[in-house]
Design a protein around this ligand. Sequence first.
Ligand SMILES: [Zn+2]
Length: 281
Amino acid sequence: MSRLSEVFEVGGLTVAALSDGAPDRPLGGFFHGVDPADWTAALGITDAETPVPFNFGTFLIRGDGRTTLIDTGMGVPAREMGIPGGGELLLRLAELGVARDEVDTIVQTHLHPDHCAWNTDDDADGAITFPNATVYVARAELEHWNGSDLDGDDRAGVARRKTGPYGDAGRLEPTDGEFAVTDSLTMIPTPGHTPGHCSVLLASGGEHLVILGDAAHHPVHLEHHDWIPGVDLDPAESTRSRGKIAALAVEKDALVTGGHFPILTLGRVRAVEGGYRWEGR
Ligand SMILES: [Zn+2]
């Protein structure tokens, strides 16, 4: 089983990878458009049904005068699934000595239910969990999930419940394009998985970290941009976004991680003949 939390440094920033659930599960659904023999070999397994370590991950960033959460996990449903660490994000924060009211910034990679659940507390009638936090999320993401065509859609319902109370409180910031939340944290649009999906680039002291969000569900996606997660709404666009973020990671010589990668997965993307190679650290 992967770990539930791990702390590391990026320049002057302290980054805590925090799990809100760490199941082992078959990952075949993330590799559409490819012969199972190819992707299973890349993952080091022989059977597509073999459970592989997975994670519902979030990241806490400190050291730039803010206390920032990148995504807020899967929440109570993960607990109800009985998976290790499921729905325990608030416990993980408490273990670090971080109180709810210290979190002043939430950056959403997107608004799928496994990324925004702890914005509000299902154990407390859906009240705001982080009373001093402002939520940053791409305007395109908000417009998608709030669109009348998705009225009655379960996932849209979650996205609305998890952002609406912040909007009512005047603490919801829709972002457009590349958006610098702080001097050291920039949201980078990587649409396709969802219309407003963003990855996150941290920069401090000459070091960089790319937090992919769901631009990749496994490191091999950084080598094979056209291995399509079945959950990507626009596969062609998500393929282009994987190319964009891989190129940025190379340009910055950035460490790279993702919310669904087991804790602690860090690596670098290298440009090689005809493509990219993932180099785990
Ligand atoms: Zn996800």
